[in-house]
Design a protein around this ligand. Structure first.
Ligand SMILES: [Fe+2]
Ligand SMILES: [Fe+2]
Length: 474
């Protein structure tokens, strides 16, 4: 069937009669047929425009033969389909024609219908091939577009997640402003230590090398390691002294009341004995009660501090346990209530055993929270790494008391960063900042008694990883 838009066809033959005959006949059939009298003339035309089919005579004396032309067409315009017209039909010539790249061959003398049939077959094949190419190109474009879309989505998800992590960090720090910046600094120090380990080819961690994804995983674990603090009561979390705020003031007020009670009793006694009104005597009594109160209050204020409780203060507290005052209801009550006295007796720090346990539970809260997130494969260890940040090499860490071999190396790195920041940062309520050299000495001591990893600490110190956050701490 003739094509709807004229298809260019080139007829190459040195015999003008045959050539013109074919050009005319094909033009009548609706093709845009052109003739060329030699292989060279044909090539010149092929270089100018694309002919889907080129019909060429095999024997063209002087110049390119039909076979040469077929081969040249393959170079110049590989999409074209050459058809050879041979003067004699032998199997050899047929094989040669096809081998040289001809699509088909026609033997002379031929009927026009044969030419037409071969041409139609060649064009059908030509069109199928073009359609396949178009389909292929379309498919490639589609794949490219989809890939771009997926990469865009991946980017979006990563940005979304980064935002979520930052928002979580904000939530922790809003809960405990005194540790503001801690998460970010621990992330910076932990990743800094991991990078320093990457650059250390020898030693106990010479074989450890973390790729970009692992560093990312470590960064997220570090940023979120204390997230569980949102599950700890605020008054415990930010507790700077042993007693709740206002409590000590209340005790001081009670002591004032006790002094007045004693004064009233002493004055009653004096008047009962018939002693006269003596302002100097009253002044002296007042002064002595004032002094007694001051000593007691100073001792109570001292025992309210989170520092180590001195032995003499502890025995003073035993004495306080026996002191009482008259409540306005007329009931005799202890000067310091038993739970408060218990808190004042805390030997070190500001937290009672239960409160300490509650603070320590932040690790389990962190793990539960992080375990609910459907992490991607590359970030799958974030919950486990964060879960072990308070575990210690000697098995005395919390919450699980893991042995050294059970603690992920990432958590061992984080533990060093965490302790360093806790010591060196100025913003903890229960202690003032420790100078860097002293903080490093404390870390070394902790490594010596098998709490922190000594090899990692050595890298932390030698590579000066701790300097990474110094500008933000001091
Ligand atoms: Fe922690
Ligand atoms: Fe921490």
């Amino acid at each position: 069937m003739p094509p709807t838009s004229p298809t260019p066809v080139l007829i190459v033959d040195d015999e003008a009669d045959l050539r013109n005959l074919l050009v005319e006949a094909l033009s009548d059939q609706g093709y845009e047929a052109e003739g060329a009298e030699s292989g060279e003339a044909a090539l010149a035309k092929i270089r100018q425009r694309h002919f889907p089919v080129v019909l060429t005579d095999l024997n063209m004396p002087g110049g390119l033969s039909g076979l040469d032309l077929v081969q040249a067409i393959r170079q110049e315009d590989p999409k074209a389909f050459p058809i050879l017209i041979t003067g004699y039909a032998t199997t050899e010539s047929a094989i040669l024609a096809l081998k040289s790249g001809a699509y088909d061959f026609i033997t002379k003398p031929f009927k026009f219908a044969e030419v037409e049939a071969s041409l139609t077959r060649a064009l059908d094949h030509y069109r199928t091939r073009r359609e396949n190419e178009a389909y292929q190109q379309n498919l490639e474009a589609m794949v490219e577009a989809r890939t771009e879309e997926i990469l865009g989505l991946k980017d979006e998800i990563e940005r979304l997640f980064e935002g979520f992590v930052q928002a979580s960090v904000t939530a922790i720090e809003a809960r405990d402003p005194s540790t503001s910046g801690h998460s970010a600094r621990v992330a910076e120090l932990t990743v800094g230590l991991a990078e320093a380990v990457n650059h250390t080819p020898n030693g106990a961690y010479g074989h450890v090398h973390m790729g970009e994804q692992q560093l990312r995983e470590l960064r997220y674990a570090s940023l979120l390691h204390d997230f569980g603090k949102v599950g700890v009561r605020e008054q415990v979390l930010v507790k700077a002294k042993k007693l709740e705020e206002g409590r000590l003031e209340q005790i001081f007020q009670r002591q004032h009341q006790r002094s007045l009670e004693a004064l009233v009793g002493e004055l009653r006694g004096a008047w009962a004995k018939g002693l006269p009104y003596d302002p100097a005597f009253i002044e002296q009594l007042l002064l002595s009660h004032q002094q007694e109160s001051e000593v007691l209050m100073e001792m109570l204020a001292r025992s309210n501090e989170p520092s180590v409780l001195a032995r003499e203060v502890a025995s003073e507290l035993d004495r306080v346990a026996g002191l009482a005052f008259d409540h306005w209801t007329g009931v005799r009550r202890p000067l310091v209530d038993a739970p408060d006295l218990e808190l004042l007796r805390i030997p070190k720090g500001s937290l009672s055993a239960e409160e300490r346990e509650e603070v320590q539970s932040h690790v389990t809260h962190t793990f539960r929270f992080l375990s609910k997130i459907p992490w991607t494969r590359e970030l799958a260890d974030v919950p486990e790494i964060a879960y072990a940040h308070h575990e210690r090499l000697n098995g005395r860490g919390y919450p699980r008391g893991l042995q050294s071999t059970e603690i992920p190396v990432q958590s061992k790195m984080m533990a060093i960063a965490d302790v360093f920041d806790a010591l060196a940062a100025k913003d903890r309520p229960y202690k003032s900042a420790v100078p860097v050299d002293k903080a490093l000495l404390i870390l070394e001591e902790e490594a010596r008694i098998n709490l922190l990893d000594a090899n990692l600490l050595q890298i932390f110190i030698e590579a000066k990883v701790f300097e990474r956050t110094m500008a933000r701490i001091f």
